[in-house]
Design a protein around this ligand. Structure first.
Ligand SMILES: Nc1ncnc2c1ncn2[C@@H]1O[C@H](COP(=O)(O)OP(=O)(O)OP(=O)(O)O)[C@@H](O)[C@H]1O
Length: 492
């Protein structure tokens, strides 16, 4: 990706009028190009596309945001990215001002202007004891934050914000144990693996944050494999390899995310091998994550694989329904929002494989609520989330589910509704009931009647059998996912 060079822009700013909407647009375009590469697409679209650059003067860029909520959200969650981008484009003297639209009903929008918080100039206060204490506390907070930033740990990723369920209980317990006794336990390295968006980064960083909380002086470093590999190549090119190697050998807790990216990178693997040996021998803790079990990563040297297997490998599974609900509730609480249980149920039922996507739904819903100033009910939820949740429960009929299941298992509707206990027929029947419950509003009684005049307890049993099998078996999860896709297409 090529960014506008900072110097190009600064030069133009002195040549043209300083207050210049066109120039503000250019600065902002360059900033959002940088931000776009750092945050997920959904969040980018939700929070950055509605922003309008207004003007640029005296190194200060003013952007218009559509509401107070928007301003707070960006400050809370993305301020660091905006600040870094501005620094890259304008230089360290660059400042940001928000123009917040408070009321649009007056013909022309009523706005207030606020500076970006962590760029605001310090206020001079009278020298009184109380204020001295406050300043000292502020400095201490800053020092802690700075250390955390250097560790590249997100302070929000803690154990208290990580919901525990059957899907992650072993990993959770192991991570807690490591965080209490880093380097002095049998779980070294601790390897956490699992699919996309299931909480690997959150869990690893929760260990790091906990270690930092218990022992401020511990040096914890979180690094992605990609960054490690890039820094390593740069160190070789710049003749700093000695410094690079020594730096990594000083770390107390080294957290490396997504080690599958080391595949095929022989030199990087060699460096990791030596760092690993030094840290492990000095009882320093190593924590790794991967999108698959270590033994399934191709292109990593055997001697490294064997070391990665010295400690404990734990997996993360997609969360079950109850855990999904608990995660949604917790994210809502963090945002100080409550929603009706039917809305939580709707999201938990339809977003099943990825916690990041669950979060995306909440963020989008709250953003739309703030933008349109409309009450969040089920209809609003469905229409707002239609890009993410494409199955519209009410459009689906039990006949559609019946057809999809029969065709998938190559059985007839009579088989499905009959009494046969043959494996694929009984499984197909239970999956059909499960999908009917999950994807439609039909009652248990209606579902039972449709699939061969069975009573509601048979439907409950069928649904819970499928849920349990899905938790244990990848094959069952794939079958249900594939059927959902087919049903979605059939009901379009
Ligand atoms: N059990 C959980 N409780 C609360 N939040 C969770 C949980 N699992 C995941 N999350 C949230 O989901 C989002 C995605 O998690 P995270 O980035 O840790 O996933 P990941 O497995 O590292 O993903 P990737 O494979 O893309 O690197 C994060 O915001 C995280 O806080």
């Amino acid at each position: 990706m090529s960014h506008t060079q900072p110097h190009d822009l600064v030069q133009k700013s002195t040549e043209t009028h300083p207050v210049n909407a066109g120039f503000a647009q250019k600065v902002w375009d360059a900033c959002i190009e940088i931000i776009r590469g750092k945050i997920n697409n959904q969040a980018f679209k939700t929070w950055f596309t509605p922003i309008r650059p207004l003007h640029f003067a005296d190194n200060e860029l003013t952007i218009e945001v559509p509401s107070q909520f928007f301003y707070e959200w960006i400050e809370e969650n993305y301020s660091r990215y905006v600040k870094d981008a501005l620094k890259e484009i304008i230089g360290s003297e660059g400042k940001l001002m928000y123009s917040i639209v408070m009321d649009k009903s007056q013909g022309h929008p009523v706005t207030i202007e606020l500076p970006q918080q962590n760029m605001a100039t310090a206020v001079t206060t009278p020298i009184e004891e109380e204020e001295h204490r406050e300043e000292a506390a502020e400095r201490e907070r800053f020092r802690k934050n700075r250390q955390k930033f250097e560790s590249h740990l997100n302070p929000k990723y803690t154990f208290s914000t990580l919901i525990r369920g059957d899907c992650n209980s072993l990993a959770f317990a192991a991570s807690k144990s490591v965080s209490q006794n880093p380097g002095q336990n049998a779980f070294n390295p601790l390897v956490i693996y699992g699919g996309v968006g299931l909480g690997k980064t959150h869990m690893m960083q929760a260990i790091g944050n906990q270690v930092r909380e218990n022992a401020h002086s511990s040096y914890v470093l979180y690094v992605s494999s990609e960054k490690f590999a890039i820094d390593f190549v740069n160190a070789i090119q710049n003749g700093n390899i000695q410094e690079f190697s020594s730096f990594y050998r000083t770390i107390d807790v080294l957290i490396i995310d997504d080690i599958q990216f080391f595949a095929g990178k022989e030199k990087t693997q060699e460096e990791i091998f030596h760092i690993f040996n030094t840290l492990h021998q000095s009882n320093k803790q190593i924590i790794l994550s991967s999108d698959r079990p270590i033994k399934e990563i191709k292109g990593i040297e055997d001697r490294l694989i064997s070391r990665f297997n010295w400690g404990l490998s734990v997996d993360l599974q997609p969360p079950d329904y109850e855990t999904r609900k608990a995660i949604i509730q917790s994210k809502l609480e963090q945002n100080g929002v409550t929603l009706d249980s039917n809305i939580v149920d709707f999201i938990a039922t339809n977003v099943t494989q990825n916690v990041r996507e669950l979060e995306g739904c909440i963020v989008k819903l709250l953003a739309a609520h703030s933008l349109f100033n409309q009450e969040i009910d089920l209809a609003f939820t469905k229409s707002t989330l239609k890009d993410i949740i494409r199955i519209q429960a009410k459009q689906l009929t039990l006949d559609t589910i019946e057809k999809a299941v029969c065709s998938y298992f190559s059985i007839t509707p009579n088989d499905l509704k009959g009494k046969s206990k043959k494996k694929e027929i009984a499984t197909g029947r239970q999956i059909a009931m499960y999908l009917s419950k999950e994807l439609t509003d039909s009652s248990l009684k209606t579902i039972g009647l449709h699939f061969g005049g069975r009573d509601h307890s048979t439907v409950i049993h069928g649904c819970s059998t499928v849920s349990k099998k899905m938790e244990k078996s990848m094959e069952m999860r794939n079958t249900v996912e594939e059927l959902k896709k087919r049903i979605e297409i059939m009901s379009m």
